[in-house]
Design a protein around this ligand. Structure first.
Ligand code: NDP
Length: 525
């Protein structure tokens, strides 16, 4: 393992010491007083994913260079080594992709019976499963996330989304969504009028779950008869391009899925393209607002899945060890690069000390390092820019008066790394309690009564998710009714299922992805 295991049971070191101890040497302070045994390295082979030197845009079923020949590099954030050069789509390429999608929509995909469309989605799902290892390795290389997460979460869930939506493709008239004339007009068997697709969908996705977000966007759009132009994030284009290859392998008709790689301007060109009927965006609230402004008055349909600042609420009757696992999963999964991350821990005052103590013990066992090592819990931060943002917000937390703690932890010399960090003594007004950090940083606040927990949990402009830990079912329901969040998990966290709608309120966006509600976002109802 090239990375470093955070030492176990050590006393805290100040963060500046953590930051200055950047080394790949396993023998450090943590090793000196650490456990009697250590994990052997368990690296997944990098060779499983063959990476080309250059990648083109995927338009009309074929890969090709950008019209003006521009490219940008994509790097491995764990090593800062370049992985490949990728075509940078400009306005001319966007025109071509939208035209290809329009042609495919009118000539092939929308007229095709749902049962036939379903076969292509099933095929894509099965190929994703067959090539799962390759996808997992590529995702970890390009994104920096631990292989155990890309292997056990991202790739299986992406396949599950295609399977689930394949099942809907020939049953849309039973979804209760109706077409313009079908709303409310179901027959005795529950069948309404088949709802109509919208047309060409422009889909812009972020870097935190590159393949999974592509699946969340493409699968429902395709199942409902739309064609797609997908814009992956600049820092993580490779698995979307491999998915494009899978579309070729599945004989998906040319133009049904197009992939435009590039930066923010490419996304902006796609969003404002007059040939697009629907925009689906996942990313920051700031860019989401920009997109809302660009789309206003154009008649384009819009769904926005934006940021969050979720409260994970632990009551005094919760089983502490189980809650601690849920807290860790809630904020340290995927380095905290999760829109629904439980970044604010609200813990009942009477159990705050024991919960924080157990949490620190647990954090000291997390292993940070090589994303391709199967033992790694915390991988690399996706980019220098994101690392700077996490560092700046953490520094602001300290400056405002919160107490910062990280387990003893040496960080690899190369790459972008941030130790698991928690802040106690956090006041609601601090930036670390209000702003989305999008990193492995937890802010701990306390409450005395359920009413206070609700007030504090809802004291945010966001409203994407929340967690509740208690043994009382009645309290779970009481909380769920009052928390202003699109998803409320009870005695668990970060559970995703393609059948379950996901989305937010207020500054977390609008529209749902997944389930029957997610289909509605791609249908003219
Ligand atoms: P962005 O919102 O900038 O990126 C999301 C996607 O939108 C990317 O594909 C991006 O392209 C694209 N994009 C950027 N600008 C525009 C535009 N004007 N019009 C259309 N598309 C655009 O997120 P960042 O990657 O910059 O991350 C910034 C912060 O956003 C993070 O620190 C985090 O707090 C938050 N975030 C939240 C996410 C969530 O799921 N809630 C996901 C990602 C980030 P490109 O990558 O090339 O810039």
């Amino acid at each position: 393992m090239t990375g470093i295991r955070a030492g176990r049971g050590q006393s805290a070191r100040p963060p500046d010491e953590v930051a200055s101890a950047r080394s790949t040497d396993l023998a450090g302070p943590s090793a000196a007083a650490g456990p009697a045994w250590d994990y052997a390295p368990a690296p997944e082979s990098r060779e499983i994913a063959s990476i080309a030197a250059e990648y083109g845009l995927f338009i009309g079923g074929e890969f090709g260079p950008a019209a003006d020949g521009r490219q940008f590099p994509t790097i491995n954030p764990a090593t800062e080594q370049p992985l490949a050069r990728v075509a940078l789509a400009g306005v001319a390429d966007t025109d071509r992709a939208v035209a290809a999608a329009r042609h495919a929509y009118e000539q092939v995909w929308a007229p095709m019976p749902g049962a036939e469309r379903a076969k292509y989605l099933y095929r894509i799902a099965r190929i994703l499963q067959e090539r799962a290892r390759e996808f997992a390795v590529l995702e970890s290389l390009d994104n920096g996330k631990p292989i155990k997460e890309s292997r056990d979460v991202d790739v299986p869930l992406a396949a599950a989304h295609f399977f689930y939506h394949a099942g809907w493709a020939d049953k849309l008239e039973y979804a209760g969504l109706g077409g313009a004339s079908g709303a409310g007009g179901a027959d005795g068997a529950g069948r309404g009028t088949a709802p109509r697709p919208l047309g060409v969908a422009g889909q812009v996705i972020p870097w935190n779950f590159p393949l999974l977000m592509a699946a969340w966007k493409l699968a429902p759009a395709l199942a409902t008869g739309n064609t797609c132009v997908l814009k992956p994030a600049e820092t993580t284009p490779l698995t979307a391009l491999l998915l494009a290859e899978v579309c070729q392998q599945a004989d998906l008709p040319p133009g049904v899925v197009n992939v435009l790689t590039g930066a923010g301007e490419t996304g902006s060109a796609l969003v404002s393209h007059p040939g697009v009927n629907k925009i689906a965006f996942t990313g920051s609230t700031e860019v989401g607002k920009e997109i809302s402004r660009a789309v206003a008055g154009t008649g384009k349909r819009l769904t926005l899945e934006l940021g969050g600042k979720a409260a994970n609420v632990v009551f005094d009757d919760a089983p502490v060890d189980q809650a601690v696992e849920g807290i860790v999963n809630g904020i340290f999964f995927n380095q905290g690069h999760v829109c629904c991350a439980g970044s604010r821990l609200l813990v009942q005052e009477s159990v705050a000390d024991i919960v924080v103590e157990r949490l620190k013990e647990r954090l000291a066992t997390l292993r940070l390092g090589d994303p391709l090592d199967k033992n790694t819990d915390i991988g690399a931060i996706n980019s220098r820019e994101q690392l700077d943002k996490i560092s700046a917000l953490s520094a602001a937390g300290e400056a405002e008066g919160a107490q910062r703690w990280s387990p003893p932890c040496r960080l690899p010399e190369r790459g972008y790394w941030f130790p698991p960090t928690l802040f106690t003594g956090v006041s609601q007004s601090y930036r670390i309690a209000r702003e989305e950090i999008f990193g492995p940083v937890l802010s701990v606040l306390t409450f005395r009564t359920p009413e206070e927990a609700v007030t504090k949990a809802n004291n945010t402009p966001y409203g994407l998710s929340a967690g509740v830990w208690t043994e009382k079912g009645s309290r779970i329901l009481w909380m769920a009714q009052r928390l202003r969040a699109g998803v409320v998990w009870a005695n668990t966290y970060n559970r995703f299922d393609p059948a379950s709608p996901f989305g937010g309120y207020r500054e977390s966006g609008f529209g749902r992805e997944g389930g029957r509600h997610g289909l509605a976002a791609y249908l003219d109802a």
